[in-house]
Design a protein around this ligand. Structure first.
Ligand code: ADP
Ligand code: MG
Length: 727
């Protein structure tokens, strides 16, 4: 039987030894990245200066410079074994896209030479008509083009030179994640710089930083292949909880199994060669669940690195006979996977703006930025939730181990008491707080207070953690850009508004400190509803959040509506991140993706139910029926009745479960047909959510019951206890 064969294969497997480089990481780190050091080495001095200058000042490069860069980049790439190049971009699907071209060109003598021009480096026109675009390219123009993002270095994977690019329609609408991310980062740079200049006029730029923590599951590939649901949807659509799962809490930070450790080492070496600063690895809470976290980087680069990591992970896992599950909820009953986005802002002078400092002024700056983030998150909590929502993340949010589908901010008690102090102070007291004499109390106390701020609250979707915020609601399979676009944009908008008000008041003669404290106090009062330090998993919080007016919508397709609200549209217009056309197009894609994911799951589960489960349950049931008939012929009368009673009960229960499974499967097919006939993508997605998704749950429930009743020898699919414990 296939199930036992694959279980045996999986359980017999040994760790695959990793060929570790003879060099130390500092020698091979970024070996395959065309970073500053390689630029210096491979580009003429003039070109190098022009390129570095353009990157620093966020300016385009001239055609002449591009040609020279292309020549140097090609030479480096070929020396490192590259034969192809590709524009590497982030379409609105999961993951990345690439189309490879060989460097070869005709040499005019019947042979070829390897060439690469500035034109090819800087811009291409991939025939990308089958990438999701929400109607933009149907309406306007069939082609899109990709353009080099010079702020992200090119790299080599295998024998292909990858050039990070943005992907735009001919009419200028973004068709990817990178374009709006760059716009949001520019916007937050401008707004945060103007606020930071209130404290230090020398500040020229503010950078946004991202440190993601990637959670994932590993499954042996033999077991994976025997589960059509995993192969096709990335999650198990059925499977009874195993008797032991995570209740002993013995997996978290536990010893890493040797097969997994070999995989991790291999992965880290690959990461380091690609310049991904992978640093931390450990077991996560659920069995077979792990985490990898790098050193944080500037957000655009960090996001490229996360996308790269996800694809490298898949490759490396296969070398170790594993499959990586990046789905947010691959297994019911155990924790799902997220991708905490640790996020901060820092000046070009190296000051982290969410970290308290040494002086009164530093701390005023710290409080200013923190409170503005709180105000932005409060005002746009529905949008931020929409930015992390997806068909797959919907299974994790609101489940018991994950943040609820409500955005709130955890500050920890020390920051909370500072906010409280500011809120409750009268105008005179605030003036006092901002005076020199107050250095030993109030705002000036912040650094000591926060030094040992070890408060941790795992139930919060958005937590302040000492010198950064941690956006924890992001899904493990997501492109972090979605969350980072929304977060950086809303904060940029809030900071710009704040700066305008403060400037107006100081221009009218008030002192900066007074104005700041007064405006911050207003913001603290206004955005109080977003601050919640309690248990985010509790039902009381859901009721309380609704009372506070926070967005409590739980249906993913309706959560996406937040992108199209007047408030979001205006904010995105002010920050220059999205136009109305882009917002509408993107939402079409979101709804379409939602529908397709649920549709695929419904098809897979329908097939499994009817072709795999029902036949096996019927076979087992008929064995029982046979047995009853035979027993009855052996034992007559009431004795016989007594002896077969238990089997009869099982036979009946199997029938009941099978009846529901069949009925629900047919109901699900009808629901799908009805939904498919709806023209509006939004309404269709809502129909899938409201009418198809519930059938999946019901069918699963009854299949899982059958799993416990049917002879273990007959059960066709690997069970949770087999999938979840790597030997
Ligand atoms: P945790 O205790 O939440 O697991 P870690 O200290 O391991 O946190 O850090 C998690 C991630 O946060 C890492 O990727 C780290 O680089 C990142 N990080 C740390 N400081 C910052 C910061 N100021 N801005 C952005 N990311 C940061
Ligand atoms: Mg963390």
């Amino acid at each position: 039987m296939l199930r036992f064969k694959v279980v045996e294969e999986a359980f017999d497997r040994k760790a695959i030894p990793v060929e570790t480089p003879s060099e130390r990481p500092e020698q091979y780190y970024a070996k395959y990245v065309f970073n500053d050091q390689k630029m210096f080495q491979y580009l003429p001095k003039k070109t190098y200066d022009a390129l570095v200058g353009a990157i620093a000042n966020k300016q385009p490069i001239s055609r002449e410079v591009a040609d020279s860069v292309a020549e140097g980049m090609k030479r480096w790439a070929i020396e490192n074994g590259a034969r192809h190049y590709t524009h590497w971009f982030h379409p609105l699907t999961d993951g990345t896209a690439e189309k490879h071209d060989a460097f070869i060109e005709h040499d005019g003598k019947g042979g070829v030479l390897e060439a690469f021009s500035g034109k090819l480096l800087v811009q291409q026109e991939p025939d990308a008509s089958s990438f999701p675009n929400g109607g933009i390219r149907n309406t306007f123009e069939a082609r899109g083009y990709s353009a080099w993002d010079i702020s992200s270095p090119a790299f080599i994977i295998g024998e292909t030179l990858c050039i990070p690019t943005v992907f735009i329609s001919y009419t200028g609408e973004s068709l990817d994640y990178k374009t709006p991310l760059l716009r949001a980062l520019n916007s937050v740079d401008r707004a945060a710089t103007s606020v930071a200049q209130l404290f230090d006029p020398e500040v020229k730029h503010v950078h946004s930083y991202l440190g993601w923590e990637q959670e994932y599951f590993l499954v042996d590939e033999a077991l994976y292949s025997a589960r059509p649901d995993l192969v096709m949807t990335g999650r198990t659509l059925m499977g009874h909880e195993s008797a032991k799962n995570q209740q002993l809490e013995d997996h978290y930070f536990g010893a890493i199994p040797s097969r997994v450790e070999a995989f991790m080492l291999d992965l880290e070496i690959e990461c380091h060669k690609l310049g991904i600063p992978a640093k931390t690895r450990h077991n996560e809470v659920a069995p077979n669940q792990f985490e990898l976290a790098p050193i944080f980087e500037e957000t655009n680069l960090a996001n490229d690195h996360n996308l790269l990591l996800m694809s490298v992970m898949n490759e490396v896992a296969r070398r170790h006979n594993f499959r990586v599950l990046l789905h947010e909820k691959p297994f019911a009953g155990v924790n799902g996977s997220g991708k905490h986005n640790n996020w901060s802002l820092g000046t070009d002078k190296g000051v982290l703006l969410f970290a308290p400092g040494k002086t009164l002024r530093d701390n005023l700056q710290f409080i200013t930025f923190v409170v503005n983030v709180m105000a932005a998150v409060h005002r746009h909590n529905a949008l931020l939730k929409a930015s992390i929502m997806s068909a797959t993340n919907a299974h994790r949010l609101g489940a018991n181990e994950a943040p609820p589908a409500i955005i709130s901010i955890f500050t920890g008690s020390q920051l909370a008491s500072v906010l409280d102090l500011l809120e409750k102070s009268s105008k005179e007291q605030l003036a006092d707080l901002s005076s020199k004499e107050a250095v030993s109390v109030g705002v000036a106390q912040i650094p000591e207070l926060l030094i040992d701020n070890t408060d941790r609250n795992r139930t919060s979707p958005f937590a302040f953690t000492g010198n950064r915020f941690e956006f924890r609601a992001v899904g493990s399979s997501a492109n972090c850009a979605s969350a980072m676009i929304a977060l950086n944009a809303v904060v940029a908008d809030q900071l710009a508004i704040f700066h305008r008000i403060v400037s107006e008041r100081t221009a009218a003669g008030e002192t900066l400190e007074e104005v700041l404290l007064d405006e911050l106090r207003k913001l603290i009062v206004e955005s109080k509803a977003i601050h919640f330090d309690g248990n985010g998993y509790s039902d009381e919080w859901k009721a309380e959040a609704a009372r506070r007016g926070l967005d409590c919508e739980t249906s993913a397709p309706k959560i996406f509506d937040a992108y199209l609200s007047k408030q979001s549209e205006e904010m995105f217009a002010r920050t220059g991140v999205f136009t109305r056309v882009e917002l509408e197009a993107r939402n079409e894609v979101k709804w379409e993706m939602y529908t397709k994911k649920v549709q695929i799951e419904a098809r897979v589960l329908g097939d499994l139910a009817i072709n795999h489960i029902i036949p096996v349950a019927t076979r087992y049931q008929s064995i029982l029926v046979d047995n009853v008939v035979k027993l009855k012929s052996l034992f007559s009368g009431s004795k016989g009745d007594e002896i077969v009673a238990h089997d009869l009960d099982t036979i009946e229960r199997i029938s009941r479960h099978m009846c529901v499974i069949k009925a629900e499967t047919y109901k699900m097919i009808d629901a799908r047909k009805a939904a498919n006939a709806i023209a509006s993508e939004r309404e269709k997605a809502i129909a899938y959510h409201d009418t198809v998704l519930p059938c999946l749950e019901t069918i699963r429930y009854h299949i899982d019951k059958l799993e416990l009743m049917v002879d273990n020898e007959m059960w066709p699919l690997p069970k949770y206890r087999e999938l979840l414990f790597i030997r």
